[in-house]
Design a protein around this ligand. Structure first.
Ligand code: C2O
Length: 509
């Protein structure tokens, strides 16, 4: 197989993506970072050179890491941190995956400070290969002007009352304008920093790969006057279904086909904050925009503004009527059921923290679970490690989430995709509403506010894989919303982790 090598230097750089100057944690000086691209069957090698001034760990979101669980990049679970001024290499194969993914720091709040990038696996067997002429990458994000560690501190204080930090802005491909009159005195800020611009040629067909790298915000994505057809979600091909507005929650990805079938002109691309699931302070946020410029249209004319008006309920995923798998697959029968209840309560300090089944996750950064397994010290983990072990071959597990919280939670499972059998309102699962015929398979799915969702997955990947709310590191993950799935510890012990990985933990002691 071909090896695709990327040299990634993490370092602090002062940038002004939306005109407001701040220090960002960048990859090769860029925000978002460089795009990692490979073809199904390839190897990916990421040479990380950490010059951030603080330790890090890099996670390739959606990659299964079969046979290389030590390269999943999760601080406290699958590795000890990469110290400052240190190099570490991730090296993994993608034998059976293709689609739209991303990579990001999985250490504390770093990804919110900028350590994110797209990860695209091309597919020689893509059934839609002849249905589009070009690919376009669209990275959506919410954006803060204040360092994420400061935001985390205020979130985890009694004064926040559990309200997540409200973003200052949103970006498309790292760009947007900001009204500097709203910036605090003393800041360096210029108005009209500029919007992202996407070039269309009339009658060409584009595959847009859309990634939401936000810390907290769900969006509706759309292009005025242009329909789109969903063809992929997180590595799964879907039937072509026409939509106008695409709901996309934190860490989710979609591919859509858009045909440049409108008169030559400029059009607005929109990423609208879904405000019902945001704290009140978000009310003033405006729609994040970019420009779609047709070849031959004037460069600077005001883009045509004609927002799609279709009503969509906020803070839930696309439903099955527009999100069906392209290929038939026989769904295995469940052999085991687990229930995970999401709740937020005050701790003894008066801080609102998160619980899964009444236990709030606390990582052991210096002795991560995977290292413990190799050391034969993974029995009797403390309750706050939120660890659950699977060691029976052939198990098929239904995880039912009951969300007692008034906010929605986009949950991501590492090392796997899972089938979304259904979701709904209330705390009682409507078994009759579960789809066991053709559910969609993905890796990040929204548990609705005061609602439930059922995931089905097959534990068959020896390693330690987290399932967690992706309002990550921040805000809910730091607050405890993570469960570790330990799969086949005896098989893990037979694997041979690379010395460089073992050394990371030796460096700590
Ligand atoms: Cu995007 Cu735990 O991952």
């Amino acid at each position: 197989p071909k090896t695709n090598t990327f040299d990634l230097t993490l370092k602090r750089v002062t940038l002004a993506p939306d005109g407001f100057t701040r220090s960002l944690a960048t990859i090769n000086g860029q925000y978002p970072g460089p795009t990692i691209e490979a073809t199904k069957g390839d190897r990916i090698v990421l040479n990380i050179n950490n010059e951030l001034g603080e330790p890090t760990a890099i996670h390739s979101h959606g990659m299964f890491q079969r046979g290389t669980p030590w390269f999943d990049g999760v601080s406290g679970q699958t590795q000890c941190l990469i110290p400052n001024n240190y190099e570490f290499t991730y090296d993994f194969a993608v034998p059976d995956q293709a689609g739209t993914y991303w990579y990001h720091s999985h250490a504390r709040t770093q990804y919110v400070n900028g350590v994110v990038g797209a990860l695209i696996i091309h597919d020689p067997d893509d059934p839609y290969l002849n249905e589009y002429d070009e690919e376009i990458l669209v990275i959506l994000s919410d954006y803060h002007h204040v360092d994420a560690e400061i935001l985390l501190k205020s979130f985890l204080s009694p004064a926040s009352d559990g309200n997540e930090p409200v973003p200052d802005n949103g970006l498309i491909n790292g760009k947007n304008n900001f009204n500097c009159s709203q910036a605090p005195p003393g800041s360096t800020c210029v108005d009209n920093a500029g919007l992202a611009k996407f070039e269309f040629v009339r009658n060409k067909r584009y595959r847009l790969r859309i990634i939401n790298t936000s810390a907290f915000s769900a969006f509706f994505f759309s292009i005025d006057k242009h329909e789109m057809e969903v063809i992929e979600v997180e590595g799964t091909y879907t039937k072509r279904n026409k939509i106008h507005r695409l709901p996309i929650n934190v860490a989710q990805r979609y591919s859509v086909i858009v045909t440049a079938n409108q008169p030559v002109d400029n059009y607005i691309m929109r990423s609208e904050f879904q405000k019902t699931c945001m704290p009140d302070g978000a009310k003033n946020l405006s729609v994040v925009t970019a420009v779609v410029h047709y070849d031959g249209a004037p460069e600077d004319s005001t883009p045509i503004s004609a927002p799609w008006k279709d009503f969509l309920e906020e803070c839930i995923d696309l439903k099955h009527d527009t999100l069906q798998p392209l290929y038939d697959e026989k769904l295995p029968e469940a052999t085991k059921e687990m229930e995970l209840t999401i709740a937020f309560h005050n701790n003894s300090m008066g801080v609102v923290i998160a619980f899964l089944n009444e236990s709030s996750y606390e990582p052991d950064v210096n002795f991560p679970t995977l290292a413990r397994i190799f050391a034969g010290q993974a029995d009797n983990l403390p309750k706050s490690r939120n660890a659950f072990t699977f060691d029976t071959v052939g198990e098929v597990v239904d995880i039912t989430f009951i969300n007692t919280d008034e906010g929605d939670h986009p949950f991501h499972m590492h090392g796997h995709q899972f089938w979304v059998l259904g979701s709904g309102n209330g705390t009682k699962v409507d078994k009759g509403a579960l789809n066991t015929v053709d559910p969609i398979k993905r890796d990040t799915s929204t548990i609705p506010a005061s609602g439930w969702t059922v995931f089905r997955f097959v534990p068959d990947n020896p390693g330690v894989f987290g399932i967690h709310c992706h309002m990550i590191c921040i805000w809910h993950l730091q607050a405890g919303l993570l469960m570790q799935l330990i799969e086949f510890p005896e098989e893990i012990k037979k694997l041979d982790p690379p010395q460089a990985w073992v050394d990371l933990c030796n460096l700590q002691s």
